[in-house]
Design a protein around this ligand. Structure first.
Ligand code: ZN
Length: 239
């Protein structure tokens, strides 16, 4: 499923959660719905060029140019070194910075991941911090629709989010519930495509219903229906 389908489905899942939970004030309700929309895109952080990954990196063209410039800079650095010209390190360092910029997604994810893990270690934060940190750290290296798309990860994440937000103000609970609703709806959306999703503990256990083609007209219609149903649910919830 692509962005449109995932967002539609996630908003509907969030609206359904909102409908079954006790009445919430407008602000947490809006937070819940928005968090669901974001949660519905987050699992695709494990895809190099998904909508959400593209938010963390330069365009494919710029990435290619950065890589080219990085190679060029390193090349000049080596040449400068051999020719004993002044400051070859400057060129090598420049090359490194350009190479890192071309891998901004990896840099951001691993950096944030390490920060979360450090927060858990140093300040004894909730184990959800450790889970999120490790997930972000491995994200650039795991395969798409692998562990991050597994029901097991979603289950552990759910336990983490629920146990963490249980003691927090209602705004955080709304955020957590929304994220989880979006996350699970993402798995449901992927399960009806050819690629499907699979269990990490039992790799033979795979759900690939092959009902929907990625980015098809049917997906766009499902997205529209989801939005209409969501709005209907909001009206029922609030009036
Ligand atoms: Zn996905």
């Amino acid at each position: 499923m692509n962005r449109q389908g995932h967002v539609g489905l996630a908003i509907l899942a969030g609206s359904a959660v909102l409908y079954v939970t006790p009445v919430m004030p407008m602000v947490p309700a809006a937070v819940l719905i928005s968090a669901a929309g974001i949660g519905g895109l987050l699992p695709d952080l494990d895809h190099k060029t998904s909508t959400v990954s593209n938010k963390l990196q330069f365009s494919a063209r710029t990435r290619k140019q950065l890589k080219g410039l990085s190679g060029l800079s390193v090349g000049i650095g080596i040449l400068w070194f051999i020719l004993q010209q002044p400051m070859p390190w400057l060129w090598l360092a420049g090359g490194l910075v350009l190479a890192l910029a071309s891998r901004l997604r990896m840099l951001l994810l691993s950096g944030l991941g390490l920060l979360f893990i450090a927060g858990y270690e140093l300040y004894g934060l909730h184990w959800l911090t450790l889970l999120a940190g490790v997930a972000m750290l491995v994200m650039p290296f795991v395969k798409h629709r692998g562990i991050i798309h597994s029901p097991e990860f979603a289950a552990v994440l759910s336990v983490g989010v629920v146990s963490f937000t249980a003691t927090q103000p209602v705004l955080f609970q709304a955020l957590g519930l929304g994220l989880l609703a979006g996350w699970w709806s993402h798995l449901a959306g992927d399960a009806v495509t050819v690629e499907g999703i699979r269990s990490v503990l039992m790799p033979r256990l795979k759900v690939a219903l092959n009902i929907l083609r990625n980015g098809s007209t049917a997906e766009r219609w499902i997205a529209r229906c989801c939005w209409v149903s969501s709005i209907a649910l909001w009206l029922i919830t609030f009036y």
